[in-house]
Design a protein. Structure first.
Length: 93
């Protein structure tokens, strides 16, 4: 399946990069690249994530990568990444 990244998820990735980049730009690149790799894997295995407990839609799912929660929507021929949040933050999506 094609993996699409929402504007919100893209902004989340920029925030993650900037936060980590304060200490290490190299590590910031690694973490954000690894998160994007996890998103790509979801495209291959879209039903591997758990149904989001805050949604009333079995196609809204989430996976965890390290300390990050990646929320996504399964569409007919694509996976749409909704958000990427640090697990220490309040659940917003």
């Amino acid at each position: 399946m094609i993996v699409e990244i929402s504007a919100e998820a893209e902004a989340d990735l920029i925030d993650i990069f900037e936060f980590i980049g304060r200490d290490s730009e190299t590590f910031a690149f690694k973490v954000t690249d690894d998160i994007l790799d996890a998103c790509e894997r979801v495209g291959h295995f879209p039903y591997s994530g758990v149904v989001s407990p805050k949604q009333d839609n079995p196609n809204v799912r989430e996976i965890y990568f390290g300390r990050y929660r990646i929320a996504y929507l399964i569409r007919s021929n694509s996976v749409y990444v909704l958000a990427v949040k640090h697990t220490a933050r309040d659940r917003e999506s």
